[in-house]
Design a protein around this ligand. Structure first.
Ligand code: FPP
Length: 247
């Protein structure tokens, strides 16, 4: 039976996995070990989300700004993502997990894009958790790409400038067929969104937890779900309680 504290399960949870480097520094280890440990936390969190009945889990794996890190670290992060897809794809597929990738694709070089496309293609008909990997993702870039597409339609006379609506913009985003996140978690104690799902976060509940990402696990994920279930979401309206009491 679902515990009453988990009575409301978010449909979509998105996570900014922060603190790999600090986790490693604290132990006198190289940052790359922090990132490897972070992949273990990814595996555990994917399982926990599927078990909880969450429909979409979005993980901020690599931002469009992460390219500015030292080349060795960029290579480590790309290597870990490659290894994750190569090693875990078969199991994720067996577990009926569908993989989706969001982020800028056009300028990606090398084998990473074909691997991500393969993961999407292999799992496209799966019906359990949808694991959304945000790779080379930046929210402002995503919004600029969406608005550019609409501007082209206006230029071509297919759309009037007055016809642009929030819905139309949403439909051009990488997340077009993905519901907005109900809950966004950031680990490591930092309290900001860092260019992650800015449009989609309009009514998301935000949760900042002190743990570094490699320490995030099944229990912490379920703790986050409990906090979410206790929140009063109003979407700009009145709370259910206030409305029932006649305002
Ligand atoms: C933040 O830690 C984390 C990242 C920049 C990348 C997260 C990537 C992974 C967990 C591995 C690959 C992902 C998948 C989906 C397999 P940080 O380096 O910014 O830490 P710091 O702020 O403590 O320096």
């Amino acid at each position: 039976m679902v515990s009453p504290e988990l009575a409301i399960i978010p449909r979509h949870v998105a996570i900014i996995m922060d603190g790999n480097g600090r986790w490693a520094n604290k132990r006198g280890l190289p940052r790359t070990i922090g990132h490897s440990k972070g992949v273990e936390a990814v595996r555990e969190t994917v399982k926990a989300a599927a078990d909880a009945g969450v429909e979409y889990l979005t993980l901020f794996a690599f931002s469009s700004e992460n390219w500015s890190r030292p080349e060795t670290e960029v290579n480590d992060l790309l290597g870990l993502l490659r290894k994750f897809i190569r090693r875990d794809l078969a199991e994720l597929h067996r577990e009926n997990v569908r993989i989706r990738v969001i982020g800028e694709r056009e300028k990606l070089r090398g084998d990473i894009l074909p691997l991500l496309l393969e993961a999407e293609e292999t799992t496209r008909h799966n019906t359990s958790l949808t694991l959304v990997i945000a790779f080379n993702y930046g929210s402002r870039d995503e919004i600029v790409r969406a608005v550019t597409k609409l501007a082209r339609e206006v230029e071509a006379g297919k759309l009037s400038a007055d016809g642009i609506t929030a819905q139309l913009i949403g439909e051009q985003l990488d997340t077009a067929d993905i519901p907005d996140p109900d809950l966004i978690i950031r680990t490591s104690g930092e309290e900001r969104l860092s260019n992650f799902l800015l449009w989609q976060a309009a009514y998301s509940e935000l949760l900042f937890v002190p743990d570094y990402w490699p320490d995030f696990d099944r229990n912490r994920f379920f703790d986050a779900l409990k906090v979410f279930a206790s929140r009063d979401r109003r979407f700009g309206g009145l709370s259910a309680k206030t409305a029932a009491a006649g305002g």
